[in-house]
Design a protein around this ligand. Structure first.
Ligand code: CA
Length: 222
């Protein structure tokens, strides 16, 4: 899952990015409103965390312009404002949720999870494919009764595949959803990670789940 954080305070932005990356999300940061609007419009994010007070263009304007451009990515608005009128203004302009600063990271994370589930139109906390299960909260992965230990990136990759069962995913799609914008898509990093993942989830099992579609990409199916 890839998240855009639009926040001009570098310390706050860095704190959010670090925390979310530890939770296996890929995170891009925009430091002002125009950059936030540009990135939010051009890239496919699963969630946008948007500060209200921003240079260039404030959060409400970014929100309004994104919605006018047809971007329906869930948006969590961050602000120091906590009056009822301000909250109503934010929600009326198309924000999906609201968090008042200062906040505890655990609360931000809980809201992020709820919004991502809503974006996927699902309420479950476990993804399943055949005998492979992935717990979205504890990040535990199992095949049958066997625990599978994954690195953070392998987990993100698997989560993306399990959210799109039976769908062929190209390297570009994988790069856009699992890596941040500093990622160089011309390297073979994705193939390397896929091989690591395949060793862990498929190698010791007779039924293979992760398949290569030559020249196209990869698909996960039973
Ligand atoms: Ca700010």
């Amino acid at each position: 899952m890839r998240i855009l954080v639009v926040e001009d305070e570098k310390k706050v932005a860095g704190f959010i990015k670090k925390g979310l990356e530890e939770e296996t999300y890929a995170v891009d940061i925009a430091h002002d409103g125009s950059e936030g609007f540009y990135l939010g419009k051009e890239n496919q994010y699963d969630l946008i965390i948007l500060d209200w007070m921003l240079p260039e263009m404030d959060g409400l304007e970014v929100l309004q312009k994104l919605r006018q451009s047809g971007i329906d990515t869930p948006i969590l608005l961050l602000t120091a404002k906590d009056s009822v009128e301000d909250k109503v203004a934010g929600l009326n302009k198309g924000a999906d949720d609201y968090l008042t600063k200062p906040f505890a990271f655990s609360e931000l994370l809980a809201r992020v999870r709820v919004l991502l589930r809503r974006g996927q139109k699902e309420t479950k906390t476990t993804l399943t494919l055949g005998d492979l299960t992935l717990d979205l909260v504890s990040h535990k992965v199992k095949r049958g009764d066997e625990d599978i230990e994954l690195t953070s990136k392998e987990y993100s990759l698997l989560e993306y595949f399990m959210r799109n069962p039976g769908k062929v995913l190209t390297r570009t799609m994988i790069a856009e959803h699992v890596w941040d914008y500093n990622f160089d898509t011309f390297t073979n990093v994705i193939d390397v990670y896929i091989n690591h993942l395949r060793k862990k989830i498929d190698k010791n099992f007779s039924k293979k789940l992760l398949h290569t579609m030559r020249g196209v990409g990869y698909v996960m199916k039973e």
